[in-house]
Every structure is written in structure tokens, then in C-alpha cells.
Design a protein around this ligand. Sequence first.
Ligand code: 5RP
Length: 218
Amino acid sequence: MTQDEMKKQAAWAALEFIPHNTIVGVGTGSTVNHFIDALASIKQHIQGAVSSSVQSTLKLEALGIPVFELNDIDSFSVYVDGADEINPAKHMIKGGGAALTREKIVAAVAERFICIVDSSKQVDTLGAFPLPVEVLPMAIAYVQRQLNKLGGEAILRKGVITDNGNVILDVHNLHITDPLALENSINNIVGVVCNGIFAHRRADTVLIGTVTGTKIIN
Ligand code: 5RP
């Protein structure tokens, strides 16, 4: 079984967790693209979606799923998204697709975060995947110096502008033993818009595509 087949398996398994007649929060990435395909197969049973990126919005609309503005919704029950890494506490690194800020905002409004991953994303300690940090362009050099003081090596992601008009610094060589504290520390650097540690808003349920079927962790 390929990695993509395991992503697809986890994505389709998420349909079990979508209540009827609801608005669904939708993340971004290749695993979520499979989820959007799955969601289209039950589109007559949902009201629509709230999207975390232009990329996901385009795919949702192309498949005939109405997309609502987050500001028009007080709350919704389920947010489904992938991750770059997830640890046993269900803390994640996200942002490999540069959509971390909108993902964190949509996830904050959702009652339940369902994380869909293939088994390669499971780790004991976060940090082997370079941590994405969205930064205002005028603050790149300052934020880079501050991130390097935390022990990592912050490298500008070339050719990428986020949906919010900002850039991404990827922080290499981190060994994140306290994700909650590091998420706070990086948020406190002036010029940082958002960082890719999802510890304060961790996943509630994890669906892991494996060679022997989908594993569910609650
Ligand atoms: C995008 C994300 C994605 O969820 C993460 O990068 C995983 O992507 P994929 O499903 O393609 O492996 O955080 O910003």
C-alpha cells in the first residue's frame, strides 16, 4: 500500500464522523483533497463547508459543495485536516502546505478536530519535520534571528506567499519536548503571524491510515 493510499483510507474513514445537515470545517493538503472527494459523495446530507485555504475552496466549489464564510458562522461541529507530524498527546506540526494560520483559526471555532494522516506522520517527539512559521514580510530577518536563538535554523521557504500575503520560515533541527510552551514562545515574537505547532488546539480524534486498516485514536 502506498502512502497516498493510506492517506485516502484515513480521509474516507472520516465520513463516519460527519453528522447530517451540518457545516464541515475543511483543512488543506493532499490528505484533505481525498477528504473533499469523499465529502462530495455525501454533499446532499450536509449544508456545506468552511474552508481553510483558497486551494480547498476551489476544490470544494468545483465539486458543488457550498463554501461559507467563517465570520457568518457561530460554531460548527467538526473540522477535518491532515498533519505533518502528530505525537501521542495528539499535538501536531502543521503548515507543510503553508495554510497553517487559516487552519488554526477554523480549527479554533470547531467543536471537534479530526486529524487524518497516514502512519508515517506518527512521531514520539515533534520536530523532525521543519516547523512552519508564518511571518510578515518586513519582519523576516528579525524573526529569523529570534527563532535561531530558540535552537533551530529558520530558513525562508522560497517562492511561497501565503493566502494572507505573508511568507513562511521553516525551522529545522528542533526537538520539541514541550509543544505548549514552544507554541506560546514563538507566538510572542513580534512579526510572527502564526506557528505550526497545534498543541493548544490539538486533535480530538486521529484517524491513521495503515497497511492493516484505519486506526482510530480518541
Ligand atoms: C497544510 C497542512 C497539511 O495538513 C499538512 O501539510 C499535511 O499535508 P498532506 O496531507 O499533504 O500530507 O498543514 O498547511
